[in-house]
Design a protein around this ligand. Structure first.
Ligand SMILES: *[C@@H]1O[C@H](CO)[C@@H](O)[C@H](O)[C@H]1NC(C)=O
Length: 179
């Protein structure tokens, strides 16, 4: 009997420690999350695409323009968003070059410029017409950045296709200073 209790305790303790380890890894090193939505097409598929995010970059640490990031949605703390950083702190941004006169966000004309405040970045989806991003919720506080997307698995793809397992590919920084 004593042995059984001991076994249960040891098993329980191991389970608890494993759980904590998973939690620590998930919050500090690495996260594997499903993404949904058309806002990051063609970089990320609309469904069944899972991103590998490195937590080394949480709070925007070492993030650069052109990086894809996972962040808490500024308008809903229970939701995550995947976006690309298209403006760094201090940068001047034309809020929406495609906006027509009369379009408006927060009483701010769509065709006006803003300066990204310190501790913030400007984020947009790669599929601009289908993305809710900084053009709507303004600059993103870097504290909401959970990690940088370094790779993704597209489970819409077969197990093995073009030399990749489940549509695995790395997600690259898109910044280029060449035209
Ligand atoms: C953006 O999303 C729409 C709606 O899903 C899609 O038709 C279009 O091809 C997407 N654009 C890009 C660049 O993938």
């Amino acid at each position: 009997m004593k042995g059984t209790v001991g076994l249960w305790l040891r098993t329980g303790s191991l389970a608890l420690r494993s759980f904590c380890l998973v939690h620590v890894i998930n919050s500090h090193f690495y996260e594997f999350t499903e993404t949904r939505g058309e806002s990051m097409l063609p970089t990320l598929a609309a469904i069944n695409d899972y991103v590998h995010a490195s937590k080394k970059y949480r709070n925007g640490k070492d993030c650069q323009i052109g990086d894809c990031i996972v962040a808490v949605k500024p308008t809903d703390p229970y939701q995550r968003v995947c976006k690309r950083i298209t403006g760094m702190p201090g940068d001047y941004i034309l809020i929406d070059p495609s906006a027509k006169e009369g379009d408006d966000i927060d009483g701010q004309a769509f065709n006006s410029y803003i300066r990204v405040p310190m501790g913030h970045v400007w984020v947009t989806g790669d599929n601009l017409s289908q993305s809710l991003d900084s053009r709507t919720y303004n600059s993103l506080p870097m504290g909401l950045i959970k990690g940088k997307i370094i790779a993704a698995n597209d489970f819409n793809k077969p197990i093995w296709h073009d030399g990749a397992l489940f549509g695995f590919r790395s997600i690259e920084n898109s910044y280029s200073d060449e035209f």
